[in-house]
Design a protein around this ligand. Structure first.
Ligand code: UTP
Length: 407
């Protein structure tokens, strides 16, 4: 794209200010800005004009497969899961494209050291968890790692420096998540530098479209991968490619399996698995009415009782139906660093604009069936969102110790 093409494009969407500093930039910076303009999907800005709505359908409960049932069928599930893994039909996908702003560390979240008596990095915990399944099944599992433009180089070099924590390097593929531009409350794009539009990763559901854009669907096809276990970077206790979970999902013949935990309290701030207009979905904690919070199932247990932990097993053949253009884009108020009219960088203290994100819940909503699969919270859920307090480095350390992990 050349300058006049950029002017034409930007003026058609009222964003000419993006080129304000163009004439004072070096040749290299000009090229970099022009290629960013060319690659950016500005259509997300149209979500601001009120045509898109987040109105939800009618919620009803979706029963989870509970631990008591899993225990009864453990052998059957385990056998089916081990077989699926040994046949190379399962891959793991680490969602590490987030900004980790709450943790406030100046590094990718996975690089954070949570060790006490020895170094123990978040990435290391996750790889150790996956390695235990590799050993159990005697099968190397394909691992995709989604980074973002902001943390890609730091993530890849960290894995290299640490020799992939014992994982087979040729089994790991890194790819960058697509970015979305960020704007102020009036829809004007922010600039994070004179030669860069402010952008952020396009949400935790951006993984499939980003994978396709990186051409990685070819690996899925070539290697006959039928299931992808996506998981968050920050839950250091989670089991990845857990054979029983895989077996239960495969045997249930559903589009997606979702690990869930029993809620700690009816008003816990966690998304809950449910049906929405008869399709699998997730109701956010702030959308739960009092009536839903108090609703009971046939056994007298709370009907909306199973929280999601961002560990899903997706059936690859159904992912077509969650292609990018079919997914809603959410407009979220966030703090967006930018340069002011004098060209000086500003780190806002309060939300100052909108970011655009696709959410996993919308992926689930596109699919026809889902198995919520209960896991024991204390054994599999230790998210690290904050430095201290709830869901923090402190709480995760305690849980790791309880589970016999040397920290
Ligand atoms: P969170 O929603 O906790 O966001 O991500 P975050 O960016 O890590 O942290 P905060 O909110 O800025 O403090 C849940 C999971 O989804 C991934 C994160 O890396 C984490 O594994 N994620 C989130 C992405 O991969 N891309 C995104 O655009 C957003």
């Amino acid at each position: 794209m050349n300058k006049s093409e950029a002017i034409k494009l930007l003026s058609s969407i009222g964003q000419e200010h993006v080129l304000k500093y163009y004439d004072e930039l070096s040749e290299e910076s000009r090229d970099s800005l022009l290629s960013q303009i060319e690659e950016t999907d500005f259509s997300v800005l149209s979500r601001l004009n009120g045509t898109h709505s987040d109105v939800r359908g009618e919620f009803s409960p979706l029963a989870a497969m509970q631990i008591s049932e899993i225990e009864k069928r453990r052998e059957e599930f385990y056998k089916a899961g081990i077989e699926t893994i040994r046949q190379g039909k399962t891959a793991a996908l680490l969602l590490a494209g987030g900004m980790g702003t709450r943790l406030g560390a100046d590094c990718p979240k996975g690089v954070f050291n949570i060790g006490v008596t020895k170094p123990l990095y978040i990435f290391e915990c996750l790889i150790n968890n996956l390695l235990s399944v590799v050993k159990e099944t005697d099968t190397w599992i394909r691992l995709f790692v989604m980074t973002s433009e902001k943390n890609h180089n730091a993530t890849v070099s960290f894995f290299k420096e640490k020799n992939f924590f014992g994982y087979r390097e040729d089994k790991v593929v890194f790819f960058k998540q697509n970015m979305a531009p960020a704007c102020d409350f009036n829809g004007k794009l922010y600039m994070e530098a004179k030669d860069r539009i402010s952008t952020s990763p396009n949400g935790n559901a951006g993984w499939y479209s980003s994978m396709v854009r990186a051409g990685l669907d070819k690996i899925l096809e070539d290697e006959g991968i039928e299931w992808i276990n996506i998981f968050a970077v920050d839950n250091v206790l989670q089991r990845i490619c857990d054979p029983c979970f895989i077996g239960a999902t495969v045997l249930a013949d559903v589009s997606v399996g979702s690990k869930v935990v029993r809620k700690a309290a009816p008003d816990e701030k966690v998304g809950v698995m449910c049906l929405e207009d008869g399709r699998p979905s997730i109701v956010e904690y702030y959308e739960l009415s009092d009536e839903m919070m108090n609703a009971k199932d046939a056994n007298g247990d709370p009907a909306y009782n199973y929280g999601v932990i961002l560990n899903y097993l997706f059936k690859v053949s159904e992912l077509e139906s969650v292609a990018d253009d079919k997914m809603p884009m959410h407009v979220v108020k966030k703090k967006i660093p930018y340069i002011n009219e004098n060209g000086d960088p500003v780190e806002p203290e309060e939300p100052n604009g909108f970011k655009f994100e696709q959410l996993v819940l919308d992926m689930i909503r596109q699919l026809s069936s889902c198995l919520p699969y209960e896991v024991i919270r204390e054994n599999e859920f230790a998210p690290i969102k904050n430095l201290t307090g709830v869901d923090s480095v402190d709480t995760a350390r305690e849980l790791l110790k309880k589970n016999g992990v040397e920290i």
